[in-house]
Design a protein around this ligand. Structure first.
Ligand code: ZN
Length: 415
């Protein structure tokens, strides 16, 4: 019988970090193996002679990755990728001034400032600016990005943001997971009750019917959505097939984690003020805890989240950039570096949180680890050891990215 063919062989790697759950060590370290890719998926990971025996390699492109390290592509499971403008002036002013002093200078601040800049940007401008950020993320090894709406705060603009997500998903290599976050803030022009009605009766059905989002998210915090309102919105999302996610306990604990656990949210994100009983409750409900060291850094958070209590109490923890105008962070390598140094993740915990656990936080089980049958989403690190990825601060270790079995040609992406 003819042996099956493969399209691509990555050979010579010093180390393959499979991140497979079945591995004996935490991150599935394997040496002396090559990776065979067929179409979009990983066909096998084995020593080259075994691959030669099992597959017909005559048509395969062979890529020599000698001296390098292979890891699963990062899944960035919480971003506000699509937005108009920039808040660089606000960010810079905040280095030496209070929020009040910055507002007194007449610099537009916060979510509402970005809402205004987004309302003033058309579809193409939003798509182009997001695409530049996506390319930077891909260069740093990210192959799947969750992207939220939430800077439109009216039916038309929120749907437009989700349409930008869809256009991004087909226009470049990174997979986009789309989340409806109409409940990011309240628009100034309508009453709170009226906006809640619009969210539930008009926006969620519209986002769901057009197939523009997989998840419904809400910003549950003091000054934003109450736990009760969050529950109503997430339940409305569920009725329309949108799985729940929640921004919770970022600046105050107003009980949102209880709603997240009751509704079996896919993820609960931020968790700065979450109590230990709540962490255990989230863990028991199978909710993934998403934490974002970059955001805490960018806002110089007074209460950094307690990652160790999460990791040590059975919560599945994922890492994300929280890329947004308040935290312009594109590199998951930098997120891992901050997670290890400031939040006491081990390097192994950080890698799993940035790959397999992050895939779970967006409901995907076809990626996040290197195993036969999974998507061939692979990053290649030009590093002497795995630990160097958290040791060499602020650089980019990535020398090559393979997305859905294709070696990314960055000259093509930029075109
Ligand atoms: Zn967010």
């Amino acid at each position: 019988m003819a042996k099956p063919g493969v399209d691509l062989i990555l050979r010579g790697a010093d180390l393959v970090l499979t991140c497979a759950p079945s591995a004996e060590d935490a991150v599935g370290r394997r040496g002396g193996v090559a990776v065979a890719v067929q179409a979009e998926k990983i066909a096998a990971i084995a020593p080259l002679p075994e691959l030669e025996a099992a597959f017909d390699l005559t048509g395969a492109r062979q890529v020599d990755v000698s001296g390098q390290i292979l890891a699963p592509g990062f899944v960035d499971c919480h971003t506000h990728l699509v937005f108009g403008g920039s808040r660089a002036q606000e960010y810079a002013a905040r280095m030496t001034r209070s929020a009040r002093e910055v507002a007194d200078l007449g610099i537009p601040t916060g979510i509402q400032a970005t809402v205004q800049m987004t309302l003033q940007s058309g579809f193409e401008a939003l798509q182009q600016s997001a695409q530049l950020r996506l390319e930077a993320m891909l260069r740093c090894g990210t192959t799947t990005v969750e992207s939220k709406s939430g800077y439109g705060l009216n039916l038309e603009k929120e749907i437009e943001m989700l349409r930008v997500n869809r256009a991004l998903g087909v226009g470049q290599p990174v997979d986009i997971v789309s989340t409806f976050l109409g409940a990011h803030d309240f628009p100034p022009e309508v009453s709170r009750e009226r906006y809640l009605k619009i969210l539930i009766a008009e926006m969620i059905p519209a986002a769901a019917e057009a197939g523009l989002a997989q998840f419904c998210d809400v910003y549950c915090d003091e000054g934003y959505y109450t736990a009760d309102e969050s529950r109503r919105i997430l339940e409305a999302g569920l009725e329309h097939g949108l799985r729940p996610k929640i921004h919770v306990d970022a600046y105050a604990n107003i009980g949102g984690c209880v709603a997240a656990a009751d509704l079996a949210a896919v993820s609960a994100d931020h968790l700065n003020y979450t109590t230990l009983p709540e962490i255990k409750r989230l863990a028991g409900a199978g909710v993934v805890g998403v934490v974002m060291p970059g955001l805490d850094f960018a806002v110089r958070h007074p209460r950094p989240f307690d990652a160790r209590s999460m990791l040590d109490n059975g919560l599945t923890v994922a890492l994300a950039t929280d890329l947004c105008p308040a935290c312009w962070m594109e590199s998951m390598q930098l997120v891992m570096q901050l997670a290890c140094r400031l939040y006491r993740f081990s390097p192994e915990e950080a890698l799993l949180s940035a790959t397999r656990h992050a895939a779970r936080a967006v409901g995907l089980d076809d990626r996040g680890s290197l195993e036969p049958g999974k998507l061939a989403d692979i990053q290649v690190w030009d590093l002497p050891s795995f630990e160097d990825v958290i040791y060499r601060l602020g650089g980019n270790a990535v020398s090559m990215v393979i997305k859905r079995g294709k070696v990314i040609d960055f000259a093509e992406v930029t075109k």
